[in-house]
Design a protein around this ligand. Sequence first.
Ligand SMILES: NC(=O)c1ccc[n+]([C@@H]2O[C@H](COP(=O)([O-])OP(=O)(O)OC[C@H]3O[C@@H](n4cnc5c(N)ncnc54)[C@H](OP(=O)(O)O)[C@@H]3O)[C@@H](O)[C@H]2O)c1
Length: 252
Amino acid sequence: MINPLDLTGKHILVTGASSGIGKATAIYISKLGAKVTLVARNEKKLEDTLSKLEGEGHSVYPFDLKQVEEIEGLINNIVSQKGALNGLVHCSGIATMRPLSMTRTAFLHDMMLLNFYAYVELIRCSSKKNNFTEGASFIGISSARSISGDKSQTAYCSSKAAMDAATRCMAKELATKKIRVNTVIAGFIKTAMYDMFVGNAGEEAVNSYILGRQYLGMGETVDVANAVAYLLSDAAKFITGTGLIVDGGFLS
Ligand SMILES: NC(=O)c1ccc[n+]([C@@H]2O[C@H](COP(=O)([O-])OP(=O)(O)OC[C@H]3O[C@@H](n4cnc5c(N)ncnc54)[C@H](OP(=O)(O)O)[C@@H]3O)[C@@H](O)[C@H]2O)c1
């Protein structure tokens, strides 16, 4: 028997590991053998995720990723204490909705800090000599809404589109180091963020989600975790610079 998703011994950094997709991903990849380093702001919630991981060698680094200038120190600390990275998954993100009339530069900047600047900085620092292992895989969680667009989501959708564009550039640049870079382009997934979206926009806003909703059911965090595990694994060794769409047919 072979397990193409085997991650035994791989050191993977997961941001946003205190909640939703990041938490589910951390738990899931630990079951595939990964040694997981958990990052987000809420230490108590990170400890709860840690308690649910399988295997050993995992750790928690509470950190506010909007402090983009401090990310280099964070990565250097993690690597010196836990070893070089085989992969990283940037799940931390915010999706605050605001109509265009209220979308000022400061608001755009705040969205970009976590969703985009932190993503590029995490990969910039992780791809430095001695911080990664050959064949490393770096992943961002993007959104199908960056392709479909939506009202009151100019900032959010743009930050995710920027993430996808940067992914294509970084993949080309980092291929010489044998590092792969991809995004998972997720549709609606049942998390706190989804509940906030439905609370703001109303249930009818997700009614266009016909294939997923009526035939495939609601998207779950494990659906994204599965795609992430695949991209982290050597089974995806020829896949880089792309976005893997996991949306139950939303964009089709
Ligand atoms: N749910 C969906 O339908 C959906 C669809 C497409 C894409 N996505 C993307 O998937 C990712 C995860 O979303 P989710 O649904 O799992 O949301 P979630 O449950 O709200 O989780 C968001 C995570 O981001 C972390 N975070 C927020 N601000 C942070 C900061 N300043 N520094 C570090 N971490 C921070 C939070 O942890 P702390 O509060 O502890 O810091 C939390 O772990 C996001 O990038 C989102 O855009 C979600």
